[in-house]
Write a protein that binds this ligand. Structure first.
Ligand SMILES: Cc1cc2nc3c(=O)[nH]c(=O)nc-3n(C[C@H](O)[C@H](O)[C@H](O)COP(=O)(O)OP(=O)(O)OC[C@H]3O[C@@H](n4cnc5c(N)ncnc54)[C@H](O)[C@@H]3O)c2cc1C
Length: 465
């Protein structure tokens, strides 16, 4: 142990062009990388290095809403909600139709209640089940979040703080991984660590296992054009670090990529780049295009599936209108606070002023706000926001098995390499409309949990570490 602490200290203090030897190197300190690092380093005999490209630009987990989807938690039981990993998996598969990845979905949903309990009970981060967080395709309330709805930032800070304090961990910030170190070639190739850059100078890391947790490529225009050309050039609502660095490294290894055209899209992005609470349609909110037409049943799609409907409207925008009753519930969200701060939310005392403020014909607007399918009638005063669509993250990536081992096209696993989160294939299936709320952090934290536990146990999921 003393030796490990010394090794980790050496790694923490690594100077330019120095070689570091560790047991596990994790590329990326976001949702997947932090959980993988925390779980692996529970074994005091392992030295773990976590390399993060940029704390200034950060990770998607940090700008996320921090909603953790998990079925079968003690929080749900206490609220009288009957749920289980099996029900969670069934909901995801019903939305994405991607039966090929059923084993992966089942492995992740089985992990979810465990890491939700661990975050709350062992790591001391406050969580509750959001009974006010209704989403399309989620049959019972299962999104867990902090009671103050502060978003993912405080959760990421909490996890980083615990990881950085571990004596057998070196958390190296502003240290982008630049490539994989590979021994051998062809099917015998094995990954033996990474190369990185620190203060502009090369750093070489040797490791028995390398974990790729660098997220997807939504911030890389060339890769978006290559794989997601059908989406045009949408607003990118995620962090700039998601440049798909791992795609080239994985290509070099002959890894298989799956579902590369799928993204986490969002059809409730304000014109200021913030989002409104996705619960609003279930609270009665109505969407109207600039011609004053209600163009979609607001509850018929998740926010990812809603994006193409908004994209198809004139000027790719739509007005969302809701009332005080809805606002009372929806306002309890970092998304609404961010939108208010950005100046993206408006209010109007009555229909006349609403029509005037949004420059729409009053009669058309009145007709569009008529309730459908027995939904309730909105009552003045009104709240509103102009919305467009965007891509938050990509959902395609490297094919992995249920232990995060990276698979080649022939189905063989690359020795010494694991991947999770946005670097690996996600849970949306082949199309963005298959994305269910909470899938992103489920794929990331769930695989971080599985990989980290394997490494701590020394099992490697059947392979050498
Ligand atoms: C606005 C928004 C809201 C969201 N809300 C939710 C939600 O509430 N619930 C949910 O389940 N999902 C949500 N998501 C999706 C979720 O945030 C992502 O799916 C998840 O964070 C992916 O985890 P990850 O570990 O793969 O990547 P990240 O959390 O993005 O972490 C990747 C890390 O790798 C680093 N990195 C990249 N390249 C390198 C490199 N070369 N070397 C070293 N480090 C590198 C990055 O800087 C980053 O820190 C949201 C996403 C966005 C953008």
């Amino acid at each position: 142990m003393a030796e490990n602490a010394k090794n980790a200290k050496n790694a923490k203090n690594a100077k330019n062009a120095e070689d570091i030897a560790v047991d596990v190197v994790v590329a990326g300190a976001g949702a997947c990388g932090l959980v993988a690092g925390l779980r692996a380093s529970q074994n005091p005999d392992l030295v773990v290095a976590v390399l993060e490209k940029s704390t200034r630009d950060g990770c998607n987990a940090q700008v996320s809403s921090g909603s953790l989807a998990a079925g079968g938690t003690r929080f749900q039981a206490a609220a009288g909600i009957d749920d289980s990993p099996a029900r969670h998996a069934a909901d995801i598969l019903a939305e994405n139709g991607d039966d090929r990845h059923r084993p992966l979905v089942e492995a992740l949903t089985a992990a979810a209640p465990h890491y939700v309990h661990w975050i709350a009970d062992a790591l001391g981060y406050p969580l509750e089940v959001g009974t006010d967080m209704t989403r399309h395709g989620i049959s019972v309330p299962r999104l867990h979040t902090d009671p103050r709805r502060r978003g993912g930032g405080p959760l990421v800070s909490h996890l980083r703080g615990i990881l950085a304090a571990r004596p057998n961990v070196a958390l190296l910030d502003e240290t982008p991984v630049t490539g994989l170190r590979v021994a051998g070639s062809g099917p015998g190739a094995r990954v033996i660590g990474v190369t990185a850059r620190q203060n502009g100078t090369a750093l070489t890391v040797s490791a028995r296992t390398t974990v790729l947790a660098t997220d997807g490529f939504a911030g890389n225009r060339a890769l978006m054009r290559e794989f997601c050309a059908g989406l045009g050039d949408p607003f990118h609502g995620g962090v700039s670090t998601a440049t798909g660095d791992a795609v080239a490294w994985l290509r070099g290894l002959g890894a298989e990529f799956r579902n590369m055209g799928a993204c986490l899209r969002h059809g409730q992005v304000t014109m200021h780049g913030t989002r409104v609470n996705p619960n609003l349609p279930w609270l009665g909110a109505v969407l109207v295009n600039t011609r004053g037409e209600r163009f979609v049943d607001e509850q018929a799609h998740g926010y990812s599936g809603l994006a193409p409907h908004v994209a198809a409207q004139p000027n790719e925008r739509a007005l969302m209108v809701w009332d005080d009753e809805a606002d009372l519930v929806a306002a309890h969200s970092e998304m609404m606070r961010d939108s208010a701060k950005a100046g993206a939310l408006g209010s109007a005392a009555d229909l006349v002023s609403l029509a005037r403020d949004v420059r729409m014909d009053q009669l058309r607007l009145e007709r569009a706000l008529e309730p459908i399918d027995g939904r309730r009638r909105l009552v003045a005063p009104f709240h509103y926001a102009w919305l467009t669509h965007g891509v938050l993250t990509t959902q395609g990536g490297a094919a992995i098995d249920t232990h995060g081992r990276v698979l080649r096209k022939d189905g063989s696993a690359v020795t010494g390499l694991r991947a999770g989160g946005g670097t690996a294939v996600g849970l949306a299936g082949p199309d963005s409309a298959g994305y269910s709320s909470g899938n992103g952090l489920l794929a990331a934290m769930g695989m971080g949990w599985i990989i980290g536990n394997d490494l701590a146990a020394g099992t490697g999921g059947g392979l050498p570490l």
